[in-house]
Design a protein. Structure first.
Length: 373
């Protein structure tokens, strides 16, 4: 039986000039092979014994958000391909690039939606037998963060072949990349979100609970992130109506930001008590009463957010009987959310727009006491 090979994930991180530049997403096979040889030469200076391992290069450039998804699917795909190659092939350096414009596995094809960031990352895997892998792993963590600058030869190759001036080019272990991303998120007040992502990446079997910067409870569990319903959060807030409306608008902005980043990391966002669709959340409150008028769908608008909340309500004796709230997390989700709420509550999907976030006497999201005309 062949000895089991342990995978050690690494990246070549390239920082581009401010303002971005034209940067190819992938490398053809021959160019990937050239770069693979240069990378091997760089890594050998810090990793004695590397020549006894198998070095696999993915000839494609990714954003960190693509690499840091549950199960690390890009590295997993690279590992799988590398394990299939006969030992000793190409002096034990295996580089995967494009053939007729496509990478050899779908997971290794960069997402155009993630392109354009200031840093691009090329995934690398070192496959080694257990004893050697233990030594190499220690060397990786000790050496790369402090001394991992790419050689002048490699940097020159990147400049010429990719036709882009580089600010920096350096190697990092995956742990280094995790630490760097953590700092980046904390610097923009998204430390709580990173805690959820990190739990999904490193301890997916263990729930994690956090509070967002605005105090919204969130929990990672079973491969997804659950948020407290915004209407329930609003009910716990204090202050004058204008303050509560401002706080609610801020929370919805934060929720949209979280949803977009979590989705990019491959994590769905749901409500702890509610339903969700593609880009929207549904907070049910009550069932329709047959003795009241047909439910109506209202749209709360907020500066900078557009249509921030949809509310389904009936009217009775000068009061609103609120059935549900819906939260579009992106603009494309507004019409699908309206259609879903209309089907669920038996009303027309046509929105009755409201000028601002409408609150009742207790400061909760509400609807007009009489139907709008």
């Amino acid at each position: 039986m062949a000895p089991q090979l342990i995978a050690l994930p690494v990246v070549l991180a390239v920082e581009l000039p401010a303002g971005g530049c034209s940067w190819p997403a992938t490398l053809p096979r021959d160019e990937a092979a050239e770069l693979g040889s240069l990378i091997a030469g760089d890594l050998r200076q810090w990793l004695p014994g590397l020549e006894q391992a198998r070095l696999a290069i993915c000839g494609a450039w990714f954003d960190s958000i693509e690499l840091l998804r549950p199960g690390f699917p890009i590295w997993a795909s690279l590992d799988e391909l590398a394990r299939r190659v006969p030992r000793g092939h190409l002096e034990n350096i295996v580089a995967f690039g494009t053939h007729e414009g496509r990478m050899p596995a779908p997971a290794l094809q960069p997402d155009p939606a993630c392109a354009g960031g200031p840093m691009r990352l090329l995934p690398i895997t070192i496959l080694a037998e257990e004893t050697l892998a233990t030594t190499l792993a220690s060397d990786l963590e000790r050496e790369l963060m402090n001394r991992g600058e790419a050689s002048a030869t490699t940097a020159d190759w990147l400049n010429r072949r990719l036709d882009a001036p580089l600010q920096h080019a350096r190697y990092m272990s995956r742990n280094d990349l995790l630490a760097l991303t953590c700092v980046q998120y904390e610097n923009v007040n998204l430390g709580a979100l990173w805690s959820l992502v990190e739990a999904a990446l490193l301890t997916p079997y263990r729930p994690e609970q956090v509070l967002s910067a605005r105090g919204l409870p969130l929990r990672y569990v079973d491969g997804r992130v659950e948020a407290e319903a915004p209407g329930r959060w609003l009910a716990r807030q204090s202050g004058e109506p204008a303050e509560r409306r401002h706080a609610m608008a801020g929370l919805i902005f934060e929720l949209r930001q979280y949803a977009a980043l979590l989705a990019a990391h491959g994590l769905p966002l749901r409500l702890q008590s509610g339903e969700a669709g593609e880009g929207w959340l549904h907070e049910p409150l009550a069932e329709a009463r047959p003795d009241l008028d047909t439910p109506v769908l209202y749209g709360h608008q907020a500066p900078g957010l557009g249509m921030a909340v949809l509310t389904v309500a009936q009217t009775s004796g000068g009061q609103a009987h609120v059935l549900a709230h819906g939260y579009p997390l992106r603009s494309q989700a507004l019409l699908p959310l309206a259609a879903a709420l209309a089907e669920r509550y038996g009303c027309t999907p046509e929105l009755q727009p409201l000028d601002g976030l409408l609150l009742d006497g207790e400061g909760r999201l509400s609807a007009p006491a009489a139907a709008l005309h």
